[in-house]
Design a protein around this ligand. Structure first.
Ligand code: SAH
Length: 255
């Protein structure tokens, strides 16, 4: 067995759970869960994945909601270091890939400070699952030679981005946590010259049973975002090519 498949006592393994479907969990992540003593997970880790945690493992939910109630980051640090210090094999389970908007570095710093060993098992980030669902690739020869991964909001509020660069034709961005800032994003991009008809596809609950795809444009983005209640990725610059069409109006739009 490789090191990634065997958890050691008193260490922390950061595990990317993928966007929600058990099919998208890596085999390495699955094996790590099977040998964990303690699993400390985020709110966005879905029920299909949580069901794979063995009953004998201790499970701690440190749910954090965008703009909502949260477990303070310092309390999460105390939890992961505290459990590791008792000699437990700790899995820190995060949605998607831990290295994308996952506050991974803060937790690594806390472990380093406490002298606790850690490792990372990557996961499938939700943008990859969302792009697959709409039948599009995130990069394409002749269209976009770069993919931007953005957050709609950061610690200071709505996140500023390179709007002028993004407004250029053919740009593609996967926008995380973008629902609440969609009007801000729309305004900034149009101010910098992006066309109102630029496609933006919203993929809610990507890879889950309740996945929903909404084909919008920059013009209709805020209304489309307001109609969603679950976690969503905004795929800026991409229209669905092939999709599990969930909304009747979308079916009509593409007919
Ligand atoms: N580390 C995660 C992202 C965490 S930030 C990853 O790599 O995917 C939280 C944001 O991720 C949500 O606001 C949403 O934009 C996105 N997200 C997470 N799971 C999702 C899912 N199943 N479907 C769509 N978006 C998702």
């Amino acid at each position: 067995m490789t090191q990634a498949q065997t958890l050691s006592a008193g260490t922390v393994t950061f595990v990317g759970a993928g966007p929600g479907a058990a099919d998208h969990l890596t085999l390495g992540a699955f094996r790590a869960l099977q040998t964990a003593d303690v699993v400390i997970h985020d709110r966005l880790v879905g029920p299909e994945i949580l069901a794979l945690i063995p009953v004998q493992a201790m499970r701690v939910d440190v749910g954090k909601e965008g703009f909502g109630p949260s477990t303070p980051q310092s309390a999460i640090h105390a939890l992961i270091t505290g459990h590791a210090q008792t000699g437990a094999r700790v899995v820190r389970l995060k949605s998607g890939d831990s290295g994308i908007f996952g506050r991974l570095d803060e937790e690594i710093d806390a472990l380093d400070e406490a002298g606790i060993e850690w490792s990372i098992l990557p996961g499938l980030t939700s943008a990859a699952a969302a792009a697959a669902s709409i039948g599009q690739s995130l990069t394409k020869r002749g269209r976009n030679a770069a993919l931007r991964i953005l957050t709609g909001h950061d610690m200071a509020g709505f996140a500023e981005q390179d709007w002028a660069g993004l407004a250029r034709k053919g740009e593609v961005a996967a926008i995380y946590m973008g629902k609440k800032s969609s009007r801000f994003i729309q305004g900034r991009l149009m101010m910098h010259g992006a066309g109102a008809d630029t496609p933006v596809t919203l993929v809610e609950n990507a890879s889950r049973a309740d996945e929903r795809i909404v084909a919008a444009t920059l013009q209709t983005l805020p209304e489309a975002a307001a109609a969603l209640s679950g976690p969503a990725i905004l795929l800026y610059g991409l229209a669905p090519r092939r999709a599990a069409l969930a909304l009747p109006q979308l079916k009509e739009a593409l007919a």
